[in-house]
Design a protein around this ligand. Structure first.
Ligand SMILES: [Zn+2]
Length: 242
């Protein structure tokens, strides 16, 4: 009898582990995805300065293109100036050149402001990049821990199943059937420790007489409330079988 309850307890351990593992297998991919999503949001929030910097840089490049075009236009106007026949036309062209110069002056002032703003952001962008670099390392570590856990689930399932099958051979079929039925009706737990007169499954008090019997008798007794197979166990010691 001692051995039987020990086997049932071991069987219960296998079943509980298998339930845990199948939950893990369902939950882990979602956890990994959630980690990934949260990290993307974090990166996006930290990357605001860089985004602003890139926008300024783009504006600066646009200004350069405008100045180049402006210079080309002025250059052509100046060439045409040499061929001008009358004074009126000549004056008009001078005005064109003057206007283009004014535009260029404006663009150049804009560019100075852009460069100043970019300079201010440079330090912040560097700091943010360092923050992201460190966070990426941590993130990758966390992710690889979860990925490894997920990889290990299948082999752990195989181990516990193997162990369970071996144990099952050593439990009489009628007892195995009783255990399975009770387990099925009790959220996967069919065998339960009892200590100080309280069932470890439903936490109800066991009648004193039954509790005494549990400590003395060789019979496999069930909790009158939840019907689980009971065994006497002092939490401070290993399972002591009745
Ligand atoms: Zn109970």
């Amino acid at each position: 009898m001692k051995n039987l309850i020990k086997r049932l307890v071991d069987l219960q351990e296998c079943d509980s582990q298998l339930v845990k593992l199948s939950t893990k297998k369902v939950d882990l991919p979602g956890k990994i995805q959630a980690l990934e999503d949260a990290f993307e949001v974090f990166k996006e929030s930290v990357a605001q300065n860089k985004k602003k910097y890139d926008e300024l840089k783009k504006s600066h490049a646009d200004c350069e293109v405008q100045i180049k075009k402006n210079n080309e236009t002025v250059g052509k106007t100046k060439e045409r100036l040499l061929e001008v026949k009358n004074n009126k036309e000549y004056q008009a062209m001078l005005k064109e050149i003057e206007a283009a110069d004014a535009v260029r002056g404006e663009i150049e002032s804009q560019m100075i402001v852009l460069i100043e703003d970019m300079d201010k952001l440079t330090e912040l962008v560097k700091r943010d990049e360092e923050t992201i670099r460190e966070a990426t390392q941590r993130h990758e570590q966390e992710k690889s821990i979860l990925a490894r856990e997920l990889e290990e689930v299948d082999s752990e399932v195989a181990q516990w199943r193997g162990k369970r099958e071996a144990l099952q051979q050593e439990v009489p079929p009628d007892l195995l059937g009783r255990y399975e039925r009770i387990k099925h009706r009790n959220h996967g737990v069919g065998v339960i420790p009892v200590w100080k007169g309280v069932c470890g499954g439903c936490h109800m008090n066991i009648p004193p007489q039954l509790y005494n019997e549990l400590q003395r008798s060789a019979e496999l007794l069930s909790c009158p409330n939840c019907n689980r197979i009971m065994y006497f166990q002092d939490p401070g010691q290993n399972a002591k079988q009745s």
